[in-house]
Structures are given as C-alpha cells and as structure tokens.
Ligand binder design. Structure first.
Ligand SMILES: [Ca+2]
Ligand SMILES: [Ca+2]
Ligand SMILES: [Ca+2]
Ligand SMILES: [Ca+2]
Length: 355
C-alpha cells in the first residue's frame, strides 16, 4: 500500500483527476469498519449472533456510558473510510470537503442547523439500513431450516456453541431436559438475552422470532417497545434510590473502581464533566433536574427529529468560531477531529486549494 501511495503521489502533480478516480477505487476496496468499531467487535462468531454492545448513532452505550463516537457516526454515516489514523491528511481533507458540499444543500458554502439536522437524519437512516442488512444475514445463520422462525432453544444452542460448547451434546441434553453446565457469567448473559428475546417476541408470545422480531432483538434502537426496554435496563443500572428516575448525582456517579494516579483522576474528571453537560443540556429536556424514563427514551431514539436538531445545533456550536450559527469549510476542517475522529493538521493552507 505504501509504495502504491508513493507512486500515486508522483502522479498527482501531473494528473489530479486520475488521482481522484484511483483514490475513490481505493476507498471502496477497503472494509467499511471504523477502526474503533473493529476493536469493539471482538470474537467474530459470537458477534454474529449476539446483540451488539454498541449501537451506531445512538447516544448511550448499552451499559449507560456516553457513546464517544456519536458525532462522528452521525456525521460520517457508514462511510468512515479515509479518516483512519494512518490516512493521508490531504485525502481526508478532500473527502471532508466532499461531505461538506453534500450537507450544504443550498450551496451557500455554509452549513445551517437545518441542513445539519437533515444530514444527521439521513446518516442515521443509513446506519439503520446497515443494521437490517446485518440482521438478515445473522437471522439466516440461526435459522438453518429456513422456516422464517427461530426458537429461543435454537438460539440458545447457537449461543452456547459460540461459547465453546459442543453442539450435539447441548442439543441432546436440552432434548432430554438435562441440566447444562455453564459458568456463572455465561448464565447471566443467557438470562439477559432471554429477557430480551421475550421483549422482542410480539404477541402471541411463542418465543419464536420472525426476521423482523429478530431485528429488534439485535437492534432495539429502532423499535418503540424495545427502546423502552433498553431505557428501563439503563435506569435500573443507574438508579440508586429506586424512584425509577435519574438525578444528576445518579447519572454522574462513577463506576466502581479505584483511581490510581493523576492520569486516572483526569479521565474521571472529564467523564463526569461530559456526563453532567449531557444531562443538563440534552437529556433533561424540561430542565427540572430529573431525567424521567420518557426523557431518556426521547434522547436515545435515533429517529427523533427534535433531538437531531438539538444535536445539529450543538455540533455547530462546537466549531462555530465566527459565531454566525453556521459552519464554514474552514471551521469544519479546523474541528475535523470532532466530526471525523481524525486530526487534519495544516487545514488553513489547503482550504482554498482543495475546496
Ligand atoms: Ca447552506
Ligand atoms: Ca433515582
Ligand atoms: Ca426532566
Ligand atoms: Ca461559523
């Protein structure tokens, strides 16, 4: 790759257009994963049938942590290539400016809150289409006889096999109603999964999931009922006084563990600061100091237009140096790390050259 890049660079001065075409081909030849998403993915076989811990374009992780990559996910959509750590800055800048002109629908060379809102909605829909596609593939993997229904027991077998159990043995024992020996952690995961399976199973509940139900099992963020379920679980984990609502102290109380040094302390401080800001500015919509389940549900709903507009305004405010409530190309380039996850040094010199 390095030598190919080097020779491409040589070509560039002679034929920019050709470079563009070749780079575009290069982009589409790479896998669509963002590196941090790849790191999260873990064991492949397990990943195929387990609901993901991380949902693209959703504000909170399943464990209640803030989704650190949210802004990048709703700005880039599926198309994260070109912003990896080792990407050529020149190519990344170019790509960022291509995105800029797509967001800027009325071509006045600045991005308004409305334009950003529409873009966020579009990119969120893109993540959803990808989730549907993945879910279809995984559904076929757990429904080998292809009757369009998967029972909890069938799923359980596949899950235990992914944990290293022998398929024949597990099936045999389940058929005979014998006890299965699984470790405590696996047992806990199984129970959570079964709760979720029940939730995803629309009436009449027969514990058989259709492809649509399986999609909401894997991706609760796009189903009203499952979204409620997900919010309940998060509140259950964070609520300390049992009133089924979250106060600010509950929302910012740190996970158990001791801080060993100053660096750890700094990380904790910024964790608390980010969560406090999110709680006060976005989640607690009526600003009464309490986050209800309904508020959290609105906040987590990726298709909520009002939220998308708030997000759009927040994203603009972060980079709006000249305070005109719009984003100019220079501002987007300067704050590229916020929008794309990759720092693009030397932005100013290249704005005019590349845009
Ligand atoms: Ca515009
Ligand atoms: Ca509470
Ligand atoms: Ca409130
Ligand atoms: Ca501006």
């Amino acid at each position: 790759m390095a030598s190919r890049r080097a020779s491409l660079r040589g070509l560039a001065s002679h034929c920019l257009w050709l470079l563009g075409v070749i780079l575009l081909m290069d982009v589409s030849a790479r896998p669509a994963n963002h590196s941090s998403a790849r790191e999260r993915a873990g064991n492949r076989e397990e990943r195929e049938i387990l609901p993901p811990d991380h949902l693209n374009g959703v504000k909170l992780e399943m464990d209640g942590h803030l989704n650190k990559d949210f802004h990048q996910e709703v700005f880039l959509g599926k198309d994260t290539d070109g912003f990896e750590e080792d990407a050529e800055p020149r190519r990344s800048r170019r790509k960022l400016m291509v995105i800029f002109s797509k967001v800027d629908v009325n071509t006045d060379r600045r991005i308004s809150a409305k334009e950003m809102q529409h873009w966020i909605m579009e990119k969120t829909a893109e993540h959803f289409r990808e989730a549907i596609e993945e879910s279809r593939v995984h559904f076929h993997a757990v429904d080998p006889d292809g009757d369009g229904r998967v029972s909890w027991d069938e799923y359980k077998v596949k899950f235990l096999v992914s944990k290293g159990h022998n398929e024949k043995e597990v099936e045999e024992k389940m058929k005979n109603g014998e006890e299965l020996k699984v470790d405590e952690e696996t047992q806990e995961v199984l129970e959570n999964l079964k709760d979720r399976w029940y939730q995803a199973d629309n009436p009449p509940s027969d514990l058989l999931l259709t492809e649509d139900e399986f999609l909401s099992f894997l991706h609760p963020e796009h189903s009203r009922g499952m979204l409620k379920f997900m919010v309940k679980e998060i509140v259950r984990d964070l609520d300390q006084d049992g009133d089924k609502q979250l106060s600010l102290p509950e929302f910012i109380s740190l996970p158990a563990g001791t801080v060993e040094n100053q660096q750890g302390q700094d990380i904790d401080d910024s964790w608390v600061r980010d969560r406090k800001k999110e709680f006060e500015e976005l989640i607690d919509a009526n600003h009464d100091g309490i986050v209800t389940m309904a508020e959290l549900e609105d906040y987590m709903d990726p298709m909520n237009e009002y939220n998308a507009l708030n997000e759009a305004k927040q994203m603009i405010a972060i980079a709006d140096e000249n305070q005109n409530h719009h984003l100019e190309p220079e501002e987007v380039l300067k704050y590229s790390e916020f929008f794309t996850g990759s720092k693009l040094m030397d932005y100013a010199r290249n704005v005019h050259e590349e845009f």
